[in-house]
Design a protein around this ligand. Structure first.
Ligand code: SF4
Ligand code: SF4
Length: 491
């Protein structure tokens, strides 16, 4: 088969930012195995604040790949031991997790591959993905099996390898070194979604990875779209727009338009799960930043505490301005180094002052409008900032805060160095909490109404029974009276 390039016109983003990519530090560093810590914290968090329930006991010995917790739904991603050892218990610090003491053997369960996977039904394959612990590795963390269940027949499957976040090179190295394994995963994805077209999208500043994909595509009927570098081209909505010119309306998903986006690391993990029967117990992470002596692209065990990972790469605290889970623009600040690396974390940044956004002291908003000019979601960042600080949830809902993709472009250009994305995350949490409170109140109201209806029905039934009883008594009295009269007449 021949390599076919994407034949539709590209629609570059009007608001693309030219942020320095800064990827040279790790771009050419081959993937290395990372340290296995003495204590792993396996996060129990699932998608949207739900939690998996442990299915192991304290003191139990487990091997790598053994399921230690499951979610409430059939297609939730299972949680696995990421090395062999002994279950110490469940802890809440710094987030709910199972603590696993490594025994140093790194013994693994026997894999259960579906080498003849095309002979299995769709539900069987989806179950294999859920049991293997697959979720979106690009950041969203939605369970892969549930996402695919809702996409049985699509027009376009987009494999997102844009990796536009500055400093991160994990996806780039994955494609450079393991393009053929990525193609295995994409083949399974295309099969499960009956996709009529498949395109792999990658930014044009990654020549080695592009070449590796071109070579691998000789064996596969997929397209390659080399898109212009520009931030945030790797965001799902922006990528759909670049490739198809179509905009996903607010509150809708790509699947509503017959499309599905899947991160390239997720595609790779899918091939490993189905063809090799491997559970998701590690992922590739770019560990970088000016405060690290030995940055690199590492294969990191899920549950490795941030502290262990940084220490193993030569952390210099005197150079440190801040730690981010993720890259400099979208990464989340880390304040507790016990925090474990999870399945959605493709980067860990031990940043020097010049690598953080925004750097410097926060000043008041001068209403310059620069943030609105760069917002790829066409929002009003300065208004969102004002209303978040005013805790006006109605205004935040009206301003469509939910459409914010947390790309950090607004904070990047803000001359007042306002940590805008932090504000939006707080605002979103407040909106989610309010929605949960309203849902709980609605549930309570429904329960109360049901109870009132039941009591009313019971009252009516009891009333009807009482009336029936009284009627029967009246009838008996009438019969007795009539009998007495008959007897008196006869005598
Ligand atoms: S860029 Fe910063 S200072 Fe300018 S309007 Fe936006 S929030 Fe205000
Ligand atoms: S408001 Fe949200 S989507 Fe818009 S630039 Fe800021 S972080 Fe990005």
């Amino acid at each position: 088969m021949s390599v076919s390039d994407w034949d539709s016109p590209l629609h570059p983003l009007a608001q693309a930012l030219d942020v320095p990519a800064g990827k040279a530090r790790t771009r050419h560093m081959a993937i290395e195995a990372s340290v296995i810590p003495e204590l792993l914290r396996l996060p129990l968090e699932l998608y949207a604040g739900r939690q998996a329930k442990p299915c192991v006991t304290v003191g139990q010995r487990v091997r790598r790949g053994e399921i230690v917790a499951r979610g409430p739904d059939a297609y939730d991603a299972a949680i696995h031991a990421a090395t062999s050892g002994r279950i110490r218990g469940v802890a809440d610090t710094p987030l709910p997790c199972i603590e696993l003491e490594a025994d140093g053997d790194d013994a693994t369960v026997d894999p259960e591959p579906l080498s003849d996977w095309r002979g299995h039904s769709r539900p069987e394959l989806l179950t294999q993905l859920a049991e293997s612990g697959l979720m979106g590795l690009g950041g969203a963390g939605f369970p892969s099996a549930a996402k695919l269940e809702a996409a049985a027949s699509i027009d376009l499957l987009i494999i997102n390898a844009a990796e536009c976040e500055p400093l991160l090179t994990a996806d780039e190295r994955l494609l450079t070194e393991r393009a053929s394994e990525v193609m295995d995963g994409i083949t399974i994805l295309a099969y499960l979604t009956s996709a009529r077209r498949v395109v792999i999208a990658i930014e044009d500043d990654k020549p080695e990875a592009i070449e590796a994909v071109r070579v691998a595509l000789r064996e596969h009927p997929f397209s390659l779209a080399v898109i212009p570098r520009g931030y945030p081209s790797g965001s799902e909505r922006q990528l759909v727009q670049i490739l198809t010119g179509r905009q996903i309306p607010s509150g809708r998903l790509p699947v509503d338009l017959g499309m599905l986006c899947h991160n390239v690391a997720s595609a790779w993990a899918m091939g490993r799960a189905v063809i090799h029967g491997e559970a998701l117990t590690e992922r590739i992470v770019t560990v970088t930043g000016a405060a690290l002596l030995r940055p690199g692209n590492l294969s990191v065990r899920i549950g490795t505490p941030v502290a262990d990972l940084l220490a193993a790469r030569g952390m210099n605290d005197t150079l440190l301005a801040g730690i981010r889970l993720g890259g400099p623009l979208t990464g989340r600040p880390v304040t507790d180094r016990r925090l474990p690396m999870g399945k959605t974390h493709g980067g860990l940044l031990a940043a020097g002052a010049e690598e953080l956004t925004p750097a410097g002291v926060e000043l008041p908003c001068i209403r310059c409008g620069a943030c609105a000019e760069v917002c790829p979601a066409s929002l009003l960042p300065q208004e969102l900032h004002r209303q978040t600080r005013a805790a006006d949830l109605d205004a935040l809902a009206e301003l469509n805060l939910v459409d914010c993709i947390e790309c950090g472009a607004c904070a990047w250009v803000c001359p007042s160095r306002i940590p805008l994305v932090n504000d939006y995350r707080l605002g979103k949490s407040a909106l989610a909490a309010e929605a949960a409170r309203q849902a709980a109140a609605e549930q309570a109201r429904t329960r109360h109404e049901r109870r009132q209806n039941r009591l009313e029905q019971e009252r009516r039934a009891s009333e009807a029974a009482r009336e029936a009883r009284l009627s029967r008594v009246d009838a008996a009295l009438a019969r007795a009276k009539a009998a007495k009269q008959n007897r008196e007449q006869e005598s």
